[in-house]
Every structure is written in C-alpha cells, then in structure tokens.
Design a protein around this ligand. Structure first.
Ligand SMILES: *[C@@H]1O[C@H](CO)[C@@H](O)[C@H](O)[C@H]1NC(C)=O
Ligand SMILES: *[C@@H]1O[C@H](CO)[C@@H](O)[C@H](O)[C@H]1NC(C)=O
Ligand SMILES: *[C@@H]1O[C@H](CO)[C@@H](O)[C@H](O)[C@H]1NC(C)=O
Ligand SMILES: *[C@@H]1O[C@H](CO)[C@@H](O)[C@H](O)[C@H]1NC(C)=O
Ligand SMILES: *[C@@H]1O[C@H](CO)[C@@H](O)[C@H](O)[C@H]1NC(C)=O
Length: 378
C-alpha cells in the first residue's frame, strides 16, 4: 500500500464526527503512524527500485550462497572417503554441504572415517534399503528432503559409495552452476524389456514410462518434485518390483518369470515422475556419472546385473582420460545423440579403493601430497 492510499483511507475515517476528543487523539496518533510507515515503505520501494536498475536478480543472488548438496546413498560406511576428503579440501566450505543415507543407526564419527567432512552427516531417519527395491527410492527422497531444508542448497547430486569425482571441486562447481537444468538420464524404455506393468495404468500412462540412470543431478525445484511426490511413489511401491535372479536349474520357467515386468524402481522412478509432471523439457537428458556395463554375451548371468568395477589396473590414466574424453551419448531406443558441449561425465563408478587411490595420486581432484591425505583443510 502506498502512503497516498493509506492517507486516503485514514482521511475518510476522520470524517466521522469528532464527539470524543480521545478518539480524535488516538486517530491522530494512528494517522502519524500510518504516514510514517507509509513514507518508510515508499522509501524502501525507492531503494529497491534503484537496485533493479543494476539488475534485481544479481542483487538478490548475493544474499545467498549457491551450494551444491552432495547426497551419498551408501550401504554402511564410505570406503572412498580419502578421495572425497581431498576433493572437499580443495573446495570453499561455503559452496557445499554433505548428506549421507546409510543403514539405520550407522553413525559417521572417528571410528568409521578419518575425514571430518563426514562426521555426523548421516540422516537420522534413514530406512533399511533393499537394493533394487522401492526402499531405495525412499532413501533418495529422504536425502533430497533433508538437503532441501538448507535454502542455500541449489544443486543436488546423488552419489553412491563407489562413485569418484573425475575433476577438482572448482571445475565441477563451474560446470554444474553454468546449467539452469537438471541432469537426468531419461529415455524411452526398450520395448523388449517389458518393465512397464500395465497395472500401473492409468495412474502412470505407458507413454510416460521412462528409464535412466539412478545417478542424477537436480536443480532445487526438481528436487522438491522428487522429495514431496506422494502420488507416483505409492504406485511404484506396489507395482514396480525386481524379479528374483535367474535360476538356471529351473530352465525356461525362471527365465520367463524374470522377464515379466522385471522392474528396477530406481532406474525408472525419477525420469518417469519428471516426464509425468511435464518437465522433461527442463532437463539435460543424460547422467553426469559414468558406468561401464558388462557387454558380456551371457546377459542373463548374475554378474551382468552390475556395472564393471574398476580396480587399480583398470583405473589407469589412459582409461580415465578415455572417460573424460567422451563428449556425446547415444540413446539407441530413441536414436538420439546428446552432445555434451565438453566432457559428458564428472563422476564415475564403480571404483574400488585401489582404483580411487590411483585417481587421488594422479592428482585428478587436486594436488596430491601423501603426507596430507587426511589433514583438515587449512
Ligand atoms: C581444477 O581443474 C582444472 C581442469 O582440470 C584446472 O584448469 C584448474 O587449474 C584446477 N583448479 C584448481 C584450483 O586446482
Ligand atoms: C564458490 O562459490 C563462489 C560463488 O558462489 C564462486 O565464485 C567460487 O568460485 C566457488 N569456489 C569454488 C572453489 O568453486
Ligand atoms: C526352452 O527354450 C528352448 C529355446 O529357447 C526350447 O527349445 C525348449 O523347448 C524350451 N523348453 C521348454 C520346456 O519350454
Ligand atoms: C563380464 O562378465 C563376464 C561374465 O558374465 C565375466 O567373465 C567378465 O569378467 C566380466 N567383465 C568385466 C570387465 O568385469
Ligand atoms: C537415426 O537418425 C538419423 C538422423 O538423426 C538418421 O539418419 C538415421 O537413419 C536414424 N536411424 C534409425 C535406425 O532410425
């Protein structure tokens, strides 16, 4: 309300016949108050309109830090803490936050990690996670929810206990902050996989069914969509289940059973949810986390369920460079090529401790000095 409007409102009230002098005095007091606050609010309006001349958005952005929330979804501890420690040591502590979802009751303290960055960063309300079960999504949602409580967190990166960064913090920070979009691997499921369960219809229409890597990077408004979804998640909980592993002794029967809507919730939930909410256009439809899938022809072998684990030998400089050199991703089911305009991948999995040690000693996340591997940042 401007001062003029307030003045008019008060003036019309003053036209009430002044029988009671006390009433008039209190009205005058009120009048003074209103004029004072009216002027004050106008002054504030003026000062903020001055700032808009220089770009209101820039003025506002200075009020809060753009933090990246690193969300670790782990079984129990963080086996690659020494690498992440050196990664975070080279960061500005004002630019990131860490959250960990581990098994219920697991506490990150001196007894499980030598890195102070992780002390007490575990969620207090964590759930027991069955790998490939809807509880995995529940854990993800809890991580997003916890990180959303800090309004400075603008970007949310989901990571596993075997993920490694391939660059230093400032490179990753600049890369991610330069995009207003989320990074969500999302593509039309290969029809032969039969993962869509028709019982989800009409709540989840088949044409909205998407598949993609679990390892996503979300901007704040998309993290809110995932954290606070109470509509799509219950349907996943009911109808999206992973089939038991192939039992060759059962012959064709086990094969048939396994192929029936063998639904892996964490590979479908986020891309399908975001597609249903009509925000696929706000995404860069690719993941920032590299995985090497076993191309073995024995596709039904249990090993083929998991990506290849890098060991010390396979984490050579040459192999890492080959990952960093990837600048496009091809999606066969859509005949679509995503050009990344630079490196596609900032993180990679799955890395053993030996492989992560090689990433560290090669100086990928910052200068390497064996004497200070676990020293606190100065
Ligand atoms: C981070 O890495 C980039 C490229 O890999 C490099 O140019 C830059 O100097 C590094 N920054 C720091 C602070 O180490
Ligand atoms: C920290 O964030 C500020 C802006 O919010 C940025 O200018 C700076 O480069 C960041 N530091 C690192 C190490 O990325
Ligand atoms: C199992 O599948 C093979 C071909 O894949 C077929 O030749 C065989 O008859 C099937 N056996 C049964 C019991 O269905
Ligand atoms: C891929 O899987 C096959 C068996 O399915 C295994 O023999 C091979 O070692 C695996 N390759 C890698 C690189 O892990
Ligand atoms: C895939 O798309 C390209 C053009 O982007 C086209 O030339 C090619 O024929 C397409 N391939 C298939 C299998 O549809």
């Amino acid at each position: 309300m401007t001062a003029k409007k307030r003045f008019a409102a008060v003036a019309s009230r003053r036209q009430i016949p002044p029988f009671v002098s006390k009433f008039v005095i209190s009205l005058l007091v009120l009048f003074c108050f209103v004029v004072f606050f009216g002027l004050f609010s106008q002054f504030k309006l003026q000062s903020s309109s001055v700032s808009t001349e220089f770009g209101f958005d820039e003025f506002r952005l200075e009020d809060y830090r753009m933090k990246i929330a690193f969300l670790f979804l782990v079984r129990d501890n963080l086996p690659l803490d020494f690498l992440w420690h050196n990664f975070f040591k080279n960061a500005d502590p004002e630019n990131f936050t860490i959250y960990i979802h581990s098994k219920p009751g697991f506490v990150f303290d001196e007894s499980v990690t030598r890195s102070a960055f992780f002390y007490n960063r575990q969620l207090k309300n964590s759930v027991e996670v069955g790998w490939g079960k809807p509880t995995m999504i529940e854990a993800e949602k809890l991580l997003f929810k916890a990180a959303l409580e800090d309004t400075n967190n603008q970007i949310f990166i989901l990571l596993s206990d075997s993920c490694v960064p391939l660059y230093n913090f400032s490179y990753i920070y600049r890369y991610i902050m330069s995009s207003p979009r989320s990074f969500v691997d999302s593509f039309i499921d290969d029809a032969t996989e039969k993962r869509y369960n028709p019982e989800m219809s009409p709540d989840i229409p088949e044409d909205k069914w998407r598949k993609g890597s679990q390892w996503i990077t979300l901007v704040r408004r998309h993290a809110e969509v995932v954290a606070y979804d109470h509509v799509v998640f219950p349907i996943f909980n009911k109808h999206c289940k992973r089939r038991p592993l192939l039992d060759l002794s059962k012959g064709n029967e086990s094969l048939k059973e396994q192929q029936q809507h063998n639904c892996i919730p964490d590979e479908h939930y986020v891309p399908t949810l975001l597609e249903m909410r009509g925000i696929e256009g706000e995404l860069l439809r690719r993941t920032l986390t590299y995985s090497l899938w076993n191309q073995s022809t024995e596709t039904m072998n249990t090993l083929a369920w998991h990506p290849v684990t890098f060991g010390y030998t396979s984490a050579s400089q040459k192999n890492i460079q080959a990952i960093k050199d990837i600048d496009r991703v091809y999606f066969k089911s859509e005949n679509r090529t995503e050009w990344c305009g630079g490196p596609c991948y900032l993180f990679a999995r799955k890395f053993s401790r030996g492989a992560a040690m090689r990433v560290l000693t090669n100086g990928l996340v910052g200068p390497y000095d064996p004497k200070t591997v676990f020293l606190d940042p100065t």
